[in-house]
Design a protein around this ligand. Sequence first.
Ligand SMILES: [Zn+2]
Length: 114
Amino acid sequence: MARSRPCGVCSKWFRPNLRQGNRQHTCGGPGCRREWHRRACARWHAKNPDYDPHTRLVNRLVKDAPPNPRGRQSDPLATINWALARDEIGLKISVLIEETGKVLLQWVRDAIPA
Ligand SMILES: [Zn+2]
């Protein structure tokens, strides 16, 4: 039988479940279990900083803008890797997003007086 121990979150003493034994770290209260899980996830992400699918996809999708001698970026849509976007989300949706971007870019350019 596992011995009583303090909860890793609230420090309240508890007797671990027989089946969990030494693997149980909290008193079993829903708030304590949620907090322990949150801490475990934080530890895991600190140990595995490269495993973030969202950030990895953003880093692969957004590329460096082509150099422009005037210093300003001439085509912001050129910073997106559209071929990769097509592979990730499909042809129709990526074309819709790309064309929407072009329409909005043209609208902004027309709105700015020369
Ligand atoms: Zn607790």
